[in-house]
Design a protein around this ligand. Structure first.
Ligand code: DTB
Length: 316
């Protein structure tokens, strides 16, 4: 196993003068990726709300009183209609999430397997985020054509234990191991704006760097404060702090996809452009994320055109 960089090394990368940080991140990005290309991912909430877990940031927890209306598992046909629309809009990856601690084995899990198969048959990369899973489930997802599994560490271990009490950081690590052992790719990232310190961000990146191998994709979400959740009043994260995290992530994980995920529109076009320069090369596009508004595909395509960039699989 390659030794993970120490928290001290990560801090030194993160804290260096901005011009040096940006230059290093750009060099790294140009060396490993086509810097004009951005992967478009579309999210679909297969089941929403009624969640037993108490994640302080989430609209879907039954522990908080939010405006969200719970929905049972979607029918395959409506998911496929969404996937086809996403494909036509230029998305190559379709990310499907279910609320809840885990997906019960039996009809619910079989239903999702069928959806994964059908999305894969459309020629899109299916990604799922189904909470905690075991090795047998991970292997069945792989066999059904699932490309990648999303399960975030969210933040440092200390912050995690402050924002979630219904499951542990170690349970999350066990799911990530099961996913990896089944031969699925791992999508694992976090959320900025949970009240964490810079030191927590360093420790979060250190946790990601300690995964062996490191994640294939790293979503960086910015908290969207949801009324009725314990984090409803959190102050916004200054965009330059987001950029520092993106640039540090690019330097630490040269060959991982970095996804500018939830909260992206709060950055505005200038900071998004800066994030792309510093190594972010994937976004969630579309009018809706899971429960919060997203960013319209047309405006994302227009932003990229304006920058002389394009979505992956599309030229010009
Ligand atoms: C991830 O890192 N971000 C996605 C996905 N993985 C499943 C979720 C974003 C949700 C944003 C808040 C909402 O819409 O409720």
């Amino acid at each position: 196993m390659k030794q993970a960089p120490t928290p001290g090394t990560i801090q030194a990368i993160h804290d260096q003068p901005f011009p040096d940080l940006v230059r290093r991140a750009m060099e790294c990005h140009h060396q490993h990726w086509n810097p004009r290309e951005i992967q478009f991912c579309v999210l679909d909430a297969l089941r929403t709300g009624n969640c037993s877990e108490d994640c302080a940031y989430c609209a879907q927890s039954a522990h908080h009183t939010t405006e969200l209306k719970p929905n049972p598992l979607k029918e395959e046909a409506s998911v496929l209609a969404g996937a086809l629309q996403a494909k036509a809009a230029g998305a190559t990856r379709y990310c499907m999430a279910t609320s809840g601690r885990a997906l019960r084995e039996g009809p619910d899990f079989e239903h999702v397997l069928g959806i994964v198969r059908a999305v894969s048959d459309l020629g899109m990369e299916p990604c799922v985020s189904l909470g905690l899973i075991n090795s047998a489930q991970a292997r069945r997802l792989k066999a059904a054509g699932c490309a990648i599994y999303n399960h975030n560490l969210d933040s440092s271990r200390l912050v995690y234990e402050r924002i979630v009490s219904t499951h542990t950081f170690d349970e999350r690590l066990a799911t990530i191991r099961a996913v990896r052992d089944a031969g699925l790719q791992v999508c694992c990232g976090g959320i900025l704006g949970l009240g964490e310190s810079v030191n927590d961000r360093i420790h979060f990146l250190h946790e990601l760097a300690s995964l062996d191998p490191v994640p294939d994709a790293i979503p960086i979400n910015i908290l969207v404060p949801i009324p009725g959740t314990p984090l409803e009043g959190m102050p916004p994260v200054p965009p330059l702090e987001v950029i520092r995290v993106i640039a540090t992530t690019r330097i630490l994980f040269p060959t991982s996809r970095i996804r500018l995920a939830a909260g992206r529109s709060s950055l505005g076009p200038e900071a998004q452009a800066l994030a792309f320069l510093c190594g972010a090369n994937s976004i969630f596009t579309g009018e809706k994320l899971l429960t919060t508004p997203g960013s319209e595909v047309d405006s994302d395509q227009a932003l990229l055109r304006n920058l002389g960039m394009h979505s992956e699989g599309r030229v010009g």
